[in-house]
Design a protein around this ligand. Structure first.
Ligand code: UD1
Length: 423
């Protein structure tokens, strides 16, 4: 397994271009199952999760290939299997997004239950309820969700009992080819869902209310191919902003529409960082300052993203006072805390809140990555630490950060990877 060595102490100066959003790419790749035509996706990040989704689609009979560094061609004309097997689903929960497209196009899908994961139980009941509302018959057999419909799914009104990114996506995908009108309420409205809806409309879907919690979808008989460029990754952008806030320096982050990271920027500005948005709205200059301790809680969009909680908490470790971070989306998303404490942070946990007492410095240590965002928080902690940090099990990072070491090195960080290190 690979490890990353970080020799901390260098401030960050330079430019970082963020990659396309993984959390937009995955549902959009699943959406290609809705048409026989070719779909071309641009700005697709080269990540392990993207390869896993390719593997899953290929398993269904889809043909997909890279036709440029970040350009992917996908064609789902000859679907041969409607089964998403455990071996692939267990690697990545986003696999469940093939449920909606397969069911609505073919009237049948068999998807392995994703199960829990490191950050919590992560239920799928809302994915199932929305399919049932659209007329599907669902049963569970041997750990698989078996979904069937007689003829086409039927448009319906459905209110999600809990706001869920994943279930909203599955509901939208299934409704596009349903018979008649679907109204979905209490939907998640994340920018990645907006990107998916815009792409589906380019394929001929009729979705309105995009970006709100209430979506109306007029079902179509069929969808056609399209070319789509993915939005930038707001979590990646936010990660680098937290990094410069913690380590010091000044960086320009580009490739991301300011509007979708404004909530992150406003929170970071409260901690003392200063920002300047360039006229094109697609790049932002971030400057570090003395770190003020400021409370934060994770919420559904447009609230502060759970995917940036670990990075923000890392920034708070060097805050001038005490701050409280509340994690409201997942029940078990503090695995980075013991590792940060091993690096000298002073954090205590009380239920779903963490109390962070700012310390003067962090020390390098050998630490273990436990999930994607926890891994990157340890890297940025290492950048601020006085001595060397070794982050083990960084395969999590490769699920979500394209060229992380290179992007940081370009800004002056002393960071490199050891391939095939011991566990
Ligand atoms: C969540 C985040 C998303 C992030 C992703 C990866 C939110 C709202 N969602 O999306 O921003 O990118 O994790 O870290 O911030 N739930 C149910 N029943 C369901 C589906 C979900 O009870 O059928 C619960 C989950 O257990 C969780 C909450 O609802 O507590 C949010 O779930 P959901 O948004 O679906 O999670 P992800 O799609 O994984």
């Amino acid at each position: 397994m690979d490890s990353i060595i970080v020799n901390g102490g260098n401030k960050l100066y330079g430019n970082i271009i963020v990659s396309g959003a993984k959390n937009a790419a995955l549902p959009i790749m699943a959406a290609s199952l809705l048409t026989c035509d070719k779909v071309i996706l641009q700005n697709v990040p080269r990540l392990v999760d993207i390869e896993t989704m390719k593997e899953l689609l290929n398993n269904h009979g889809t043909f997909s290939r890279w036709i440029g560094e970040n350009k992917l061609e996908i064609c789902s004309e000859n679907i041969t299997s409607k089964i998403a097997p455990y071996d692939i689903v267990k690697k990545m929960r986003a696999s469940i997004w093939v449920l909606g497209p397969l069911l609505t196009r073919f009237g049948y899908a068999e998807i392995s239950m994703p199960g829990g994961c490191a950050i919590g139980a992560r239920m799928v009941d809302q994915h199932i309820e929305v399919m049932k509302a659209l007329g599907a018959k669902i049963s569970m057999q041997k750990g698989y969700i078996i979904a069937k419909s007689e003829g086409r799914l039927r448009g319906a009104h459905f209110n999600f009992a809990k706001i869920s990114v994943g279930a909203t996506i599955n509901g939208i995908l299934a409704a596009t080819l349903s018979d008649g009108q679907t109204m979905l309420s209490n939907c998640a409205s994340e920018p990645e869902i907006v990107d998916l809806c815009n792409m589906l409309n380019k394929m001929g879907a009729k979705i309105s209310g995009i970006g709100t919690q209430k979506l109306t979808i007029e079902g179509c008989k069929e969808l056609h191919g399209t070319t789509h460029t993915l939005i930038g990754d707001r979590i990646e952008a936010g990660t680098y902003l937290c990094a410069v806030g913690l380590v010091g320096g000044e960086i320009t982050v580009s490739g991301i529409n300011y509007n979708i990271i404004e909530n992150t920027v406003l929170q970071l500005a409260k901690t003392g960082m200063s920002f300047k948005v360039n006229d094109d709205n697609f790049s932002i200059i971030a400057k570090a300052n003395t770190i003020k301790s400021v409370d934060m809680q994770t919420e559904v969009y447009p609230g502060f993203a759970t995917d940036l909680q670990a990075q923000y908490m890392t920034l708070m470790t060097l805050g001038n006072n005490t701050s409280v971070v509340a994690e409201n989306i997942f029940e078990n998303r503090f695995m980075h805390v013991p590792e940060l404490c091993r690096m000298g942070a002073n954090i205590s946990i009380d239920g779903h809140t963490a109390i962070i007492r700012g310390v003067n410095e962090l020390n390098g240590a050998e630490v273990m990555a436990s999930d994607l965002r926890a891994s990157v928080s340890l890297i940025i902690a290492g950048l601020a630490a006085k001595t060397q940090t070794k982050v083990r099990r960084v395969y999590h990072l490769d699920r979500g950060y394209e060229n992380l070491e290179k992007k940081l090195q370009n800004c002056g960080a002393d960071v490199h990877r050891i391939h095939g290190d011991s566990v």
